[in-house]
Design a binder for this molecule. Structure first.
Ligand SMILES: Cc1ccc([C@@H]2N[C@@H](C)[C@@H](O)[C@H]2O)cc1
Length: 450
């Protein structure tokens, strides 16, 4: 065990109300919006297929050219209430917005750099508008902040010379000032989502990452900070050199989920963030240059994440005119229709302890009531859902969440084995079954002697 100053500050899950709210939210909307939305993955007539928010590097565009995009940023059709209403209907309980991505352009009128929304034709504070609109829909707002900053002259990828360390310490002061500004000026912020913290320069300054987390928590008690911010005394990230998670939740699942049987993740809070296209966070003019996930695939990801006790953050990349592309609107609508019926299996639900993974879908369990849900994606040819129960537990009743009066026959067929006989009907959407469980008397079934 190493003695660490900048490692994990506590062990186990936070149990305070702010963290319980963050955890119970389960489903969030990620929004990537910045100057990169203007070119939308195309430059001088050429389409670049790498992530649109990386166009500056994909197309080798110099800062002077890229930064002048700020004089074109004018989302005349931007209506934060429209976005917030769409998000509400989709069923998200929180939203995470890019206050500043790697390009360094700030969506709020920061006093620490001119490269911000105030110096665009649009002028107005987009962060404030979004915080107010989403909060008024009852949706919590978190701030994404990229420590990596392509624009700022004092950013360094590594610290090789004295000059580097002098410049980079100026940068760290700049970034800390911006974060203080965000925490103070938008008091309803519920979390900070750090990105762009993988370079040597940050790994050599683990002290700063802890200082920032502590500053944010002193200004905004209860605020939730992701593991991706932190580097420890030896440059270890997310998990310190003693294997302890840093920050309040593990944020390593980006465009990937743990396997459904990977139960080590259930011991900590975690969040998976997900693109709808294969790898586009910012707006790309061409939706179909890569595979785009269907609503049913995204619903299954949300359920799988919930079944493993994690949060699911689904990304939207708004257009430069301030509207949400039609493909994303349609996906939001489809997911929202499903959530309207089935959100009881998601909100304030998590891992059903001990219930083994089933091939027809996922178990989730309400953290407060203990109510057990089976979310079904794959109906067996037999029409019989076979459930392996917990030792000493059996299922006394099963009913559809959507239609409680439609009977589902339950038959215990052997020790820890129960059949649910589904009615003969076709299902076009994944559905939820509420399972009532009871303890069963022990010696009903005799184990074979072998
Ligand atoms: C190699 C790489 C660097 C940064 C990213 C950023 N993290 C995501 C959350 C997006 O912000 C993406 O631009 C993705 C891949």
């Amino acid at each position: 065990k190493k003695l660490l100053k900048y490692g994990a500050q506590y062990e186990g899950k936070r149990t305070d109300a702010a963290m319980q709210k963050w955890r119970s939210n389960r489903f969030g909307q990620f929004i990537h919006w910045g100057l990169y939305a203007i070119p939308g993955g195309e430059w001088k007539g050429k389409t670049y297929t790498y992530a649109a928010e990386f166009l500056k590097s994909s197309a080798h565009i110099p800062n002077s050219t890229w930064d002048s995009l700020q004089y074109q940023f004018n989302p005349v059709k931007f209506d934060p209430k429209t976005w917030a209403k769409m998000a509400k209907k989709m069923g998200v309980k929180y939203m995470t917005i890019t206050t500043k991505h790697h390009e360094g352009f700030c969506l709020w009128p920061t006093q620490y750099t001119k490269f911000n929304i105030g110096n665009t034709p649009y002028k107005k504070d987009i962060i404030k508008a979004l915080v107010d609109a989403y909060n008024s829909e009852g949706i919590d707002v978190n701030f994404y902040y990229s420590v990596l900053d392509w624009h700022h002259p004092d950013w360094r990828y590594d610290i090789k010379t004295k000059e580097d360390s002098i410049a980079f310490s100026r940068y760290l002061t700049f970034a800390q000032n911006q974060l203080k500004e965000l925490a103070e000026n938008y008091p309803s912020v519920k979390g900070f989502w750090f990105d762009g913290t993988w370079d040597q320069s940050i790994k050599k300054n683990g002290w700063w990452t802890l200082q920032v987390e502590q500053m944010l928590k002193s200004i905004r008690p209860g605020v939730v900070v992701n593991s991706r911010l932190r580097a420890d005394d030896y440059g270890a990230r997310h998990f310190d050199s003693n294997g302890k998670m840093m920050g309040d939740y593990e944020s390593g699942y980006e465009r990937r989920l743990p396997s459904p049987t990977d139960t080590q993740v259930i011991h900590r809070d975690w969040e998976a963030c997900m693109t709808i296209p294969e790898n586009q966070w910012g707006y790309h003019k061409k939706w179909d240059i890569s595979y785009t996930k269907t609503p049913l695939e995204l619903i299954e990801m949300l359920v799988q994440t919930t079944s493993l006790g994690g949060n699911f953050l689904l990304n939207f990349g708004p257009k430069p005119d301030g509207t949400i592309r039609i493909e994303e609107q349609q996906i939001a609508e489809h997911i929202g229709n499903w959530m309207k019926i089935n959100s009881a299996a998601i909100y304030n639900a998590g891992h059903a302890k001990g219930w083994p993974r089933q091939d027809w879908g996922y178990f989730t369990q309400n953290e407060t009531t203990g109510k057990l849900y089976a979310v079904v994606f794959n109906i067996p040819i037999s029409g019989i859902l076979k459930i392996q129960t917990l030792e000493g537990i059996t299922i006394s009743k099963a009913s559809f969440l959507e239609k409680p009066d439609v009977p589902i026959t339950v038959k215990e067929i052997a020790k820890k084995q129960v059949n649910l006989y589904l009615p003969q009907q076709s299902f076009s959407e994944p559905f939820v079954i509420i399972l009532d469980t009871i303890n069963e008397n022990k010696n009903k079934y005799i184990d074979a002697k072998t």
